[in-house]
Ligand binder design. Structure first.
Ligand code: UDP
Length: 515
């Protein structure tokens, strides 16, 4: 994509003057820019948030690079066709500056050990985004935390910046608390669990369970203080969560950041009846479309609540040895399973005769699965998850008991909510594992089979877990219903932007120029 092209491809309605937002009497639709990070787990929910806001009258423009645009275009087009004011505005990925090969625009296109290259590339998008903001002058920007410097652009233009926290409230608080309180300062062993200060309940974590950016020299880690500073200086934080799940952590934001927060989740639950749920995040890629047809027809043959669905997000990878144990564990558990294996994982790990043996009772799916749609299918009875934040909320929304198998980033923190606080899941393994060591401790087939059994089989403990999962899903449904925390969060967010303009009337009016 030619860089000049994106400046000349100006969607007509973006060329409005920024004149009247400050005038409370004239509440014209807010024009918001959304800046997603180059990862499906960040991109998909931010596009959903843009759609929800558009459904409440906001004029949403999502700024995204071409390969990432392809993943969400079907969703955005469907929303626009339904009459919402929403569009994509593509800008070129900085290949030349970042040294990444053409087509590599999302962390899922790289092995996990190289994802930092995407983080490095972000800095090179700044000049382009500055120019686009200058040209279109939106009323506010909702930016992923990775684009922390959008606070400077927002200040320059005299508009509010809002952060989208792609992680949960607990993970955000833990990361901030670890950074400021340094509870691991005098801890020698990586696997020693220590209390995390400043939380409303006791929480023990080992250094090895922390996100890499807190314990290793990473690109994002080197920026983390600036990221928190930019968040503090922003109007507030949009969080994919809901009051009954994470409301107790909001006090941390009031005390420590003095910052507004808006709960807007579970995003996927709010979206579950949308007609585009089947193409969510997979775009109209024929492979993803084929996968969907295959899963749905296979699930139709299975008994209610009988299937174990296993999926590990959009970019994680396992060693061949681990995949082999996983295959044997799913087989040994003795329940039908639908297992999503990312294409990059290869085939040499497959146990001899495995696919033949599990024929009929196990479906191994390569590539992208329509996860949200599958989790809500009547045949699915449990979810083996890597504890990515979206996946956790999707499992909660579906009322499914979970087997938790965190791998990296903040997933070990998310696991705590599932296993310890709400007791709607069990760990795949009891050994302390590591979010940073790529040669991770292997979870054995016997451990996985036992964990699956402990939520799928008969017995009081398993039934208790399933009941709690169903009850939590009820609370999630209430959150997205009229008057729930998500309904309130979306309304308050819009209102707070108008109020910001009311409060900043003078300075905003001073910058109100038609470009
Ligand atoms: N997802 C999906 N199909 C797949 C893999 C992932 O629909 O085959 C979706 C999943 O539903 C979730 C997102 O991709 O919305 C992954 O986000 P999450 O935070 O769970 O994990 P990440 O990929 O960021 O590690």
């Amino acid at each position: 994509m030619d860089i000049e092209q994106c400046f000349h491809r100006i969607p007509s309605r973006l060329n409005l003057a920024m004149s009247s937002v400050a005038d409370a009497a004239d509440r014209r639709p807010l024009r918001l820019f959304f800046i997603p990070y180059f990862a499906s787990g960040h991109l998909i929910p931010l596009v959903d948030i843009a759609r929800f806001l558009s459904a409440r009258g906001v004029d949403s423009t999502i700024l995204v690079t071409p390969c990432n645009a392809a993943l969400v275009r079907a969703t955005v087009d469907a929303a626009a066709a339904a009459g919402l004011r929403i569009q994509l505005l593509e800008y070129p990925f900085p290949f030349a500056e970042s040294g990444l090969p053409a087509g590599v625009e999302n962390i899922s296109a790289l092995p996990p050990s190289e994802c930092h290259k995407i983080d490095s590339a972000i800095a090179f998008t700044r000049a382009t985004l500055e120019r686009l903001f200058g040209l279109h002058h939106p009323d506010a920007v909702v930016a992923d935390g990775h684009f922390h410097w959008t606070i400077d652009i927002a200040r320059e233009l005299g508009i509010p910046r809002i952060t989208f926290a792609a992680v949960g409230t607990l993970a955000y608080c833990v990361s901030h608390s670890v950074l400021t309180n340094q509870p691991f300062k005098d801890v020698i062993r990586d696997d020693e669990r220590v209390p995390i200060p400043d939380l409303p309940h006791p929480l023990l974590l080992a250094r090895s369970e922390l996100p890499d950016f807190l314990v290793q020299d990473t690109v994002f880690g080197s920026l983390i203080e600036e990221v928190f500073e930019a968040d503090k200086a922003s109007l507030g934080l949009i969080i994919n969560s809901f009051t009954e799940f994470e409301g107790i952590y909001l006090d941390y934001f009031r005390r420590v950041f003095g910052m507004k927060t808006w709960f807007v989740g579970p995003i996927a639950l709010k979206d579950s009846e949308s007609r585009s749920v089947g193409v969510r995040g997979g775009g109209v890629d024929p492979a993803a479309v084929g996968n969907r047809a295959r899963c749905l027809s296979w699930l139709r043959e299975q008994k209610p609540s009988s299937v174990v669905y296993a999926c590990f997000g959009s970019w994680s990878q396992f060693s061949g040895e681990q995949l082999r144990e996983m295959a044997l564990g799913l087989e040994a558990a003795g329940h039908p399973f639908l297992w999503v294996v990312r294409e990059a994982d290869g085939t040499e790990w497959m146990p001899h005769g495995f696919e033949q043996r599990v024929k009929g009772c196990g479906l191994v799916l390569r590539g992208w699965a329509p996860q949200v749609e599958l989790l809500s299918h009547a045949a699915v009875g449990a979810f083996v998850t890597h504890c990515g934040w979206n996946s956790i909320l999707e499992g909660v929304s579906a009322g499914l008991p979970m087997v938790t198998w965190p791998i990296g980033t903040e997933q070990f923190i998310n696991e705590k909510l599932v296993v310890e606080r709400f007791r709607v899941g069990v760990k795949a393994s009891d050994s302390i594992r590591s979010a940073i060591d790529l040669n991770r401790t292997i979870v054995k087939a016997t451990e996985l089979a036992k964990a699956i059994g402990s939520i799928m089989d008969a017995g009081e403990a398993a039934e208790g877990t399933r009941r709690r999962a169903r009850e939590l899903a009820e609370k999630a449904r209430a959150a997205v219903a009229k008057g729930g925390s998500t309904d309130k969060g979306l309304n308050d967010l819009i209102e707070d932007i108008y109020v910001w303009y009311d409060d900043n009337k003078k300075s905003a009016a001073g910058k109100a120029v038609d470009i």
